[in-house]
Ligand binder design. Structure first.
Ligand SMILES: O=c1[nH]c(=O)c2ncn([C@@H]3O[C@H](COP(=O)(O)OP(=O)(O)OP(=O)(O)O)[C@@H](O)[C@H]3O)c2[nH]1
Ligand SMILES: [Mg+2]
Length: 247
């Protein structure tokens, strides 16, 4: 794993690689209104239409980022959340041959030292909602962390950069429609994710913190993805490619 800085091309399209329709719907909902002010070619003064940034000063204009989606089925490796996320993103970039966005959702139980973590999908498939509750029956501590890790690679050979949202909640007997994964058993501030509408679930609307280091361990998935998009649309600083573990 190289920490060597690489220049990152600025994308206009986010190719979101996922086989999970619910995940795609949530990211689409979060990004529906993305319109980020971008400093385009401040040296040449030209924007994509070949015109000067008329009346907008310094070549500033609004640019909409296009979200596309594609499923690239692949085995996910074993490892930490970050290792799994990096590997999936790098392999997707290699298959697609261009820039990709991926996301990994983990569910950590504090009583289990962070497990099931990135393996929650397999625990959920094998045990269901009731089984997840039963796992914690012997423990007072029902604390769980929903961790969503977005990874972006500019293309084959470009080391993925990660943005992470982490939400503390607890595991409860299922409440609300059991449509999406473990939503019905993860309670945050008195409601399970399944009892919330999408807007409420994906988090607050606080703009991303201006400090890049803070972006990488944000409080909610929404802040994390907005931070990622903001980063892509403005500058992707080379030193972002050398990441320390997030939590
Ligand atoms: O209740 C939920 N609320 C969520 O917000 C959420 N996000 C993901 N999941 C589930 O957790 C596992 C993650 O695994 P995962 O990140 O590898 O996703 P995936 O394999 O389904 O799709 P992808 O890897 O093709 O993108 C899968 O079982 C997902 O269904 C969620 N469940
Ligand atoms: Mg997966």
């Amino acid at each position: 794993m190289s920490s060597k800085a690489q220049p990152q091309p600025r994308p206009t399209t986010l190719n979101f690689i996922t086989g999970n329709a619910n995940k795609l719907a949530e990211v689409q909902a979060i990004l529906a209104d993305v319109e980020v002010s971008v400093d385009i070619d401040s040296d040449s003064g030209a924007d994509g239409d070949g015109k000067k940034g008329q009346g907008q000063g310094q070549g500033q204009r609004q640019r909409r980022l296009v979200l596309t989606s594609r499923d690239v089925p692949a085995h996910e490796i074993q490892g930490t959340i970050e290792e799994v996320a990096r590997d999936k993103c790098a392999r997707a970039a290699a298959v697609v041959g261009g820039p990709v966005l991926t996301e990994d959702t983990a569910l950590e139980f504090r009583a289990y030292g962070g497990l099931p973590g990135p393996y929650i999908k397999y625990f959920l498939q094998a045990l269901g909602h009731e089984g997840l509750n039963n796992m914690l029956a012997a423990y007072e501590d029902k604390t769980a962390f929903a961790v969503c890790t977005f990874a972006y690679s500019a293309g084959p050979g470009h080391e993925p950069i990660l943005f992470q949202g982490r939400t503390q909640g607890r595991i409860v007997p299922a409440r609300g429609p059991g449509v999406f994964g473990w939503d019905a058993v993860f309670e945050y501030e008195g409601k399970t994710y399944a009892e919330m509408d999408k807007t409420e679930k994906v988090g607050d609307t606080t703009p991303p913190p201006p400090n890049v280091a803070q972006w990488r361990a944000c409080s909610s998935p929404k802040v994390a993805i907005h931070a990622l998009v903001g980063c892509l649309l403005t500058i992707v600083e080379p030193d972002l490619t050398s990441r320390q573990g997030a939590g």
